[in-house]
Design a protein around this ligand. Structure first.
Ligand SMILES: Cc1ncc(COP(=O)(O)O)c(C=O)c1O
Length: 382
């Protein structure tokens, strides 16, 4: 095992380097070599490989997961087009295996492990879609998965994870407790820790949704993507920049979890406040990591925020008009288009009327018992 002080030092170096050196370099090739050195150190010490994937990594991920992942449909809605003043193309990851795009990153990671590492299994600490996705990906490869979850996690989430065959390992309600239990499991079993977003293999996998979208709907002016820890947005940004450089990517997040908007505006990594964040979009509560901050700084035009009422309104509209079940996190980019904020950030109007916009509808795992529609006006009353 690497010395934990060395690993901490390498991680700190990667963090510092990512914060300072990855802010949109003025000229290609003008960035400092520090991240590369820090990264090499981190990799030697057992950190996940490569700071960020490139387009080739996303393409390889697409090939790797193709036999297992669904090629999700792209749907349209003339009502939503009219309300947003754009032609919208919805990439429906709610129909992905496990009900969210998360399967893409989890499957790419599990399938890219060498046989010996895979046999020791995988571990993660996400109680949401990533935990279930990793459980599913591990089951497909026939390797053990352990998912660390707080004892008080929603019953439906625990059921999803154990239903896919993973072992649930209890932890306390704090981040420190989760991290300690994960570290112990890695130490005891030699399993690979698969972070929900701070991992190049996961990011490459998440980028495959945008790759499919662009293959099916070329010449998009704008792609709007939800941002939590930033893995989906990072992969989307990398894929779009590689395949369709003139397409702008804009992120969307809840106003009460606006770390990405603040981080991009400040040019340095800023976290959400500690403690529970009062947003319906439970997949978007995480803060960016250095790795995802680096990718978003390079590839996103900006990140816009939406209110809770806007999220609920957008959720209701998609359910009512498109007849598809999406979860609140997936409604966030729709809310950012309904308010016009996403189009304004992308200066999409300058491309002419009715810009062509891709929207990643990221998942459909809604907890119906907890959903309260009363704050959302019916579509006809807006
Ligand atoms: C449905 C859904 N959308 C979006 C996200 C955000 O993804 P990321 O953390 O990669 O930004 C998540 C994360 O859990 C999610 O479950």
């Amino acid at each position: 095992m690497p010395d934990s002080r060395d690993l901490a030092a390498a991680e700190a170096a990667v963090r510092g380097a990512a914060e300072t050196a990855f802010r949109r370099p003025a000229e290609p090739g003008s960035e400092s070599s520090t991240p590369v050195l820090a990264l090499a150190a981190a990799e030697r010490l057992g950190a996940p490989p490569a700071l960020l994937p490139d387009l080739d990594d996303v393409r390889r991920a697409a090939e790797r997961i193709a036999p297992y992942a669904r090629r999700t449909p792209v749907l349209t809605s003339s009502t939503l087009d009219r309300l947003c003043g754009a032609r919208l193309f919805f990439k429906c990851e709610s129909f992905q295996k496990g009900g969210a795009f998360k399967f893409r990153g989890a499957a790419n990671t599990v399938l890219s492990l060498a046989a010996e590492a895979a046999a020791r299994g995988v571990v993660t600490h996400s109680s949401g879609n990533h935990g279930a996705a990793l459980a599913l990906a591990a089951a497909l490869r026939g390797v053990p998965a352990r998912v660390v979850m707080p004892r008080d996690a929603a019953r439906v989430k625990r059921a999803a994870v154990s239903g896919y065959g993973a072992e649930i390992v209890d932890c306390g309600p704090t981040a420190a407790s989760r991290a300690a239990v994960c570290a112990r499991l890695v130490e005891e079993t030699g399993a690979t820790l698969v972070h929900p977003y701070d991992d190049a293999r996961v990011i490459a996998g998440q980028g495959t949704a945008a790759l499919e979208l662009l293959a099916e709907v070329p010449a998009l002016d704008l792609v709007v993507v939800p941002v939590g820890g930033g893995g989906l947005a990072a992969g989307t940004g990398i894929a779009v920049a590689g395949v369709s450089p003139s397409t702008v990517v804009v992120g969307a997040e809840p106003a009460v979890a606006d770390d990405a908007a603040r981080s991009l505006a400040a040019g340095r990594l800023l976290a959400n406040p500690p403690g529970p964040l009062a947003t319906l979009a439970d997949g978007l509560r995480a803060s960016l990591a250095p790795r995802t901050f680096a990718a978003l700084s390079r590839h996103l035009e900006g990140v816009v925020t939406v209110s809770e009422a806007e999220i609920l309104g957008a959720l209701r509209l998609v359910w009512e008009r498109m007849k598809i079940v999406i979860e609140p996190s997936a409604a966030v980019p729709v809310a950012a288009l309904l308010s016009g904020a996403a189009q304004a950030t992308a200066a999409a109007g300058e491309r002419g009327p009715w810009p062509r916009v891709g929207v990643i509808l990221s998942g459909g795992n809604v907890d119906l018992d907890r959903l309260d529609w009363t704050a959302a006006a019916p579509a006809g009353e807006r």
